[in-house]
Design a protein around this ligand. Structure first.
Ligand SMILES: [Zn+2]
Length: 329
């Protein structure tokens, strides 16, 4: 029998809030967990699902040994459904959502027990699937609780948002995130560096550690240094980065620009020493470049067909031109 899932240490206020609702019988039938990605919202949703299905839950988690807890929170559990895009797909299929009507119409495995549906990310539903889900939301079966997880709730249909009770999750408290990551990577300074690289999102920091992402980012910084020291042209740097994951490149680019911007506006320390050379650039132009980078990142992550080579070439050519104009003025 698997250990019951517990919410992360930085999610305790949301957990306690829900616990109060459960104890007073006011748990809504549809919840929307919103916040940045890679901070553990899905884990929270699953911990909550296990908790709601458990016959005798404790304060923080399901009991781990009742008949319900015998099942894990996965496809083997008759009272639990998880809906996310199929492998290799970006969108949730309409048949996946339609199957919910059937599921919520059946009796729970346990007498008077609940059934839980987790949908993630909710923005992977298009207008048709979202409308199919609305049918389920409009005719809630007494025992079914829907938990929607969203990294970008502004992309959801207003009709979906308005039928759910929202629960917000922010980037966690730095000390809690650091202590959690330190247990994993075994080093306090490294944990701080990793978290700084990903804007404080613990699961993204752990992923960066697993993927050796710090070294990758440093290699991008080195390529940029070579460009500005005349060892490489913008087109050569673009060529070099072409076989890298474009989202990783744009993550690095936006993170560095954000860092530069915060350095210019609020005297934050720069994460990458080599970016010191850019601190004389006009802050408004840095912000504009950042905005453009974020738009590109969002485009690529939504699967918009963009020419990667052209995007990278333009990005570096424009940055060089901006720096040259600034130096000449
Ligand atoms: Zn249990």
């Amino acid at each position: 029998m698997a250990e019951p899932l517990v919410a992360y240490s930085w999610q305790m206020s949301q957990w306690q809030h829900l616990q109060q609702l459960i104890e007073s019988g006011r748990l809504p039938h549809a919840l929307l967990l919103v916040g940045p990605d890679s901070i553990g919202k899905l884990r929270f949703a699953k911990a909550l699902a296990g908790y709601l299905l458990c016959e005798s839950p404790g304060q923080l988690a399901a009991c781990g040994h009742c008949r319900s807890c015998h099942f894990q929170i996965d496809a083997s559990n008759p009272d639990y459904r998880e809906i996310c895009p199929d492998e290799g797909k970006r969108q949730i299929g309409i048949d996946q959502v339609r199957s919910l009507l059937n599921f919520s119409g059946q009796h729970a495995h346990r007498d008077n027990g609940k059934k839980i549906v987790v949908i993630h990310p909710a923005e992977a539903m298009n207008v048709f699937t979202a409308n199919a889900l609305l049918k389920t939301l409009e005719e809630p079966n007494a025992g079914t609780v829907l938990i929607l997880v969203s990294h970008s709730s502004s992309q959801l249909l207003p009709t979906i948002r308005s039928r759910c009770v929202q629960l917000r999750f922010g980037v966690p408290d730095a000390a809690l995130a650091e202590s959690w990551l330190r247990d994993y990577v075994g080093d306090g300074e490294l944990s701080k560096t990793l978290l700084r690289e990903v804007g404080g999102r613990p699961l993204a920091a752990r992923q960066t550690f697993d993927d050796d992402g710090l070294a990758v980012r440093q290699s991008f910084d080195s390529a940029l240094t070579e460009l500005f020291e005349g060892q490489k042209t913008a087109l050569q740097v673009a060529e070099e980065l072409l076989d890298k994951d474009i989202l990783q490149v744009l993550d690095w680019w936006c993170r560095r620009l954000m860092d530069l911007s915060r350095h210019q506006l609020a005297s934050h320390a720069l994460a990458a020493e080599s970016w010191q050379r850019f601190k004389v650039l006009p802050p408004a132009l840095v912000m504009q470049t950042l905005q453009r980078g974020l738009e590109l990142r969002s485009g690529f992550s939504r699967g918009v067909a963009l020419n990667k080579r052209l995007v990278l070439e333009t990005l570096f050519l424009e940055w060089v031109a901006l720096c040259q104009r600034n130096a000449a003025s």
